[in-house]
Design a protein. Sequence first.
Length: 216
Amino acid sequence: MSSSQIKLFDIYNKLYKRFGSQNWWPADTDFEVVIGAILTQNTAWSNVEKAIANLKKKRLLSAKKLRALKLVRLAELIRPSGYYNIKTKRIRAFLDCLFSDYNGSLKKMFKSDLSRLRQALLGINGIGPETADSIILYAANRPVFVVDAYTRRIFSRHDIIKPEATYDQIQRFFMDNLPLDRGLFNEYHALIVELGKNICKTKPRCDICPIACFVK
């Protein structure tokens, strides 16, 4: 094993020992994961849960029903997620792509070659690398590592990645030094989120951090 591989597995093991399995992404269907990935942009997950609950209560959480819904009505239902007018347009853009290119079938979309699937998602207005990769990992169940602000913050603080590293550079580092295992990528990202959300904050709580004494 290289030193980078050892570091990544050491951190993973420490995080797993402290937090346990995160059972992420919380959703009943793959389509719910997709909508959640779009809604979680620039907001807390608790706000996304409220928006998802609104859609479920009205029995609208399906591609066909959301596509038939008027934009103003959709915006009203997802209001708790914040930036609801922007997110309404992004959901509609995703649905337009789904129906125009894949006959409205997520199954058909997710059968695409991984690189083609990622490019198709990135071609949708408002879907960037993090959202696209979240959909690929958690909804399509394909092995791609999701990078977020917590990943950058935590691993740059330990001098494992450079603060100015690009999304693709950070993702490549993880995927080059970990087995291409969907389950591992899923759990690792969820553990990073748990650490960043509750301990490795802007003002870190190093006294209770499971990797605070990690040897660089």
